[in-house]
Design a protein around this ligand. Structure first.
Ligand code: ZN
Ligand code: ZN
Length: 411
């Protein structure tokens, strides 16, 4: 049977650097991963610079590259993608921000940048949506809650620019900053003024809101200010279906990944109990992906937890989570109708607690794939694989060719 679909599994931040607490090896190499190893044995392996050698990727730029959208052309900041991920439909030219609910004291100092890790803020966001009026600028806005203390703000109007600063002081005990234009031009200055007005009008709405009065009564930090950052102008993304002729879905907990998916026109598939963390329902994600493949040509699944352990510097936890991922992948071994791609989007070394440019390991497995001698999925072994070292933007063309959907170049 020729594989005619693609299952693309991104294990976020899976790869690492040698760690002293693991006897000088990586969490992935230290983990027991019989399923991933079998997929590696049945497939072709390699390592990949998701953006380019020595380029330290964000999850957003990495995923764009992996989907074949050159981030240098398409990436215009995190804000618009977070907006898409929060369910705001972004039209080209709209300005997007990622936001946090935070707590300020009566004398105007930021006390808690996450407002006591408040969640379920939809009512607060609706109060802001109904109460703030930016019409004197000729600007419409959409403000939506995200997961936890997060939210997103989108501005629509003529003459808006995206080169503006944040009001987040990035530390507590100091007042929020005034948002200013980074470049001296009327459009950026207008956006800065609109943002400052948005914050000014939303604060009394939040201060007086019953949810916050209750929180204060219960000694919880109220969500009484919106901090915004990551400004960007929504670009034009060539729809995935037009680009590849494939209809597809995205399954992810992170709103940023969902935002990238929806920006390129992938259908977002909700899965109960997914958190983007160690406790996520990752078995549910794989089950949902299998179901999607009944009707779709392409499914992107992102599993986030290992990246979180990397940021927290917890090598043992990362290794244990990788073993948990391995166990839920077992049903994929029987899947013969699709090309299965498994890779990271970047390395998140526990020793660095951030992303690094170290290349990520990669498996491509499916009918018609020329196999190699690699029988283990880790950074060291995959480096000896038949794919050698490829850039992230090469992945979609390779996968498309394996399902015989590429056009011949030349006669
Ligand atoms: Zn990532
Ligand atoms: Zn990360």
């Amino acid at each position: 049977m020729t594989a005619n679909k693609i299952l693309f599994l991104v294990l976020d931040g899976i790869s690492d650097r040698p760690n002293p607490s693991l006897g000088g090896t990586t969490p992935l190499a230290a983990a027991r991963t019989p399923v991933l190893d079998r997929l590696a044995a049945e497939g072709i392996c390699g390592i990949m610079d998701t953006i380019g050698p020595g380029i330290r990727p964000g999850s957003d730029t990495a995923h764009l590259a992996l989907l074949g959208y050159d981030p240098y052309k398409y990436y215009t900041g995190r804000g618009p993608l977070e907006c898409e991920g929060s369910g705001i439909h972004m039209e080209p030219g709209m300005i997007g921000f990622r936001c946090n609910y935070a707590t300020v004291s009566k004398d105007g100092k930021v006390l808690d940048r996450r407002a006591g890790r408040i969640h379920d803020t939809a009512v607060l966001s609706k109060a802001i949506q109904d109460g703030v009026d930016l019409s004197k600028f000729g600007v419409e806005f959409t403000f939506r809650s995200g997961a936890g203390h997060r939210a997103a703000l989108a501005l629509k109007g003529v003459g808006l620019g995206h080169c503006v600063t944040s009001n987040d002081p990035k530390k507590e005990g100091v007042p929020p900053l005034t948002i200013t234009a980074v470049k001296k031009a009327a459009n950026h200055e207008k956006t800065a003024a609109v943002c400052n007005e948005f914050v000014k009008q939303s604060m009394p709405i939040l201060f007086d809101h019953p949810i916050n009065k209750d929180r204060v009564k219960n000694s919880l930090n109220p969500a009484n200010i919106v901090l915004m950052r990551g400004a960007g102008e929504m670009g034009h993304f060539e729809p995935f279906f037009e680009k590849y002729g494939l209809n597809g879905s995205v399954i992810a907990a992170a709103s940023l990944i969902n935002g990238i998916g929806s920006a390129v026109g992938l259908t977002r598939v909700p899965v109960p109990g997914i958190t983007g963390s160690q406790d996520s329902n990752i078995a549910g994600k794989i089950a949902a992906a299998q179901k999607e493949l009944d009707s779709k040509d392409f499914v992107l699944v992102n599993i986030k937890g290992a990246d979180e352990s990397g940021h927290d510097g917890l090598a043992e936890q990362k290794k244990n989570f990788i073993e948990k991922i391995d166990a839920v992948l077992e049903p994929l071994l029987d899947r013969k109708d699709c090309i299965i791609i498994i890779c990271g989007d970047h390395s998140t070394p526990c020793t660095l607690k951030d992303h690094s440019a170290d290349p990520v390991p990669l498996i491509i497995r499916g009918d018609g794939v020329r196999t190699d001698d690699v029988v283990r999925f880790d950074e060291y072994t995959c480096a000896k694989g038949g794919l050698c070292r490829i850039p992230g933007t090469a992945l979609m063309p390779i996968a498309l060719d394996l399902i015989n959907r590429t056009h011949k170049f030349g006669a």
